[in-house]
Design a binder for this molecule. Structure first.
Ligand code: ZN
Length: 312
């Protein structure tokens, strides 16, 4: 089907590709977090009709590799995502296979639905971390992703959430996302001690994408606890790990890639009204400003930057 794109979010992946750090075969239309209206359908399209609003799951898989056949299609060897391996959403129109287009519930505006893909990634992360009722959770990083991970932790029953964020300008946003305490990196252990004594957190969610953040998780997690490494870290970067500590304290260290089968959950959650999405998007820009949008240094306190192709 052809979707007339209304809005497309700018992801860290788009910025990495733009800087040449993440290789794709040019020419490529980037953008994989997009929503729009169906304007044309092929004969076999039954799920959506012309005029329907749709959000895209960009992760087009081959369906035939080892991982697809083991039900882990997000690890697909032939992954060819819209906006990375095939033309994406920074364009007026986009060709999308119907399997990868979801109808947007009536009560969800485009301006929220454009967050479906990152939200779906965060749902996968919380599933991987197994946040459960009564947990004390530490979230490192209060960007748009850290904020969503805090909201999902709260919805999963976390009793107490500590957010660690070096930029004081983001502390208020973290509180709105559900953090009970927001502190600077140097104060994280002290904040945790006030709640848990020397025990540590049940779950530590690393969403700053920094090696320093990843390193600090090992001093914050409790025995038997879980570390979720959710950020996009510099390739080839290392942190020191004590195998003795991991074994002796029975730590779980887990990753989270993409969003297998979580888009429809993200949409239902948005439709429920239980998420606070105000403030997650910090900037709306026209497509003409796409090059400007690719450099985060152009923004003061950036949250999610969204390119709007249609006036909403
Ligand atoms: Zn595959």
């Amino acid at each position: 089907m052809v979707i007339e794109v209304a809005s497309c979010g700018v992801c860290g992946t788009d910025r990495s590709i733009f800087r040449g750090e993440y290789e794709v075969a040019p020419p490529m239309i980037l953008g994989h977090e997009y929503v729009g209206t169906v304007v044309e359908v092929g004969r076999s399209v039954t799920r959506l009709a012309i005029g329907d609003r749709a959000v895209v799951d960009p992760n087009v898989v081959d369906g035939i590799c080892f991982f697809c056949q083991r039900g882990q299609s997000h690890l697909c060897s032939g992954l060819s995502p819209l906006g990375v391996g095939r033309p994406g959403g920074f364009a007026q129109w986009s060709l999308v296979p119907q399997t990868y287009a979801y109808p947007i519930p009536d009560q969800v505006p485009f301006s929220d639905a454009v967050l479906t893909e990152p939200l779906a990634c965060c749902i996968r992360g919380i599933d991987q971390a197994k946040v459960t009722v009564g947990d004390v959770v530490v979230v490192l990083g209060a960007g748009p992703i850290g904020g969503l991970l805090m909201q999902l932790s709260r919805l999963s029953g976390a009793a107490f959430i500590i957010c660690v964020e070096p930029a004081p300008g983001r502390h208020e946003l973290a509180r709105r996302a559900g953090a009970d305490v927001v502190c600077l990196p140097g104060d994280a252990s002290g904040a945790l001690r006030e709640i848990r004594g020397t025990v540590g957190a049940d779950v530590v969610v690393e969403a700053s994408g920094t090696l320093a953040g990843a390193q600090s998780t090992f001093s914050l997690v409790r025995r038997g606890g879980t570390i979720l490494l959710f950020g996009v870290y510099p390739q080839g970067g290392d942190v020191a790990l004590s195998p003795f500590h991991v074994n002796e304290d029975e730590l779980r260290v887990v990753g989270s890639l993409n969003n297998p089968n979580t888009h429809s959950r993200a949409l239902e959650l948005m439709a429920s009204g239980r998420l606070e999405l105000r403030g997650v998007i910090s900037h709306h820009l026209p497509l003409d400003d796409i090059a400007f949008a690719m450099d985060l240094d152009n923004f003061d306190r950036p949250g999610k930057v969204v390119i709007d192709l249609l006036a909403s």
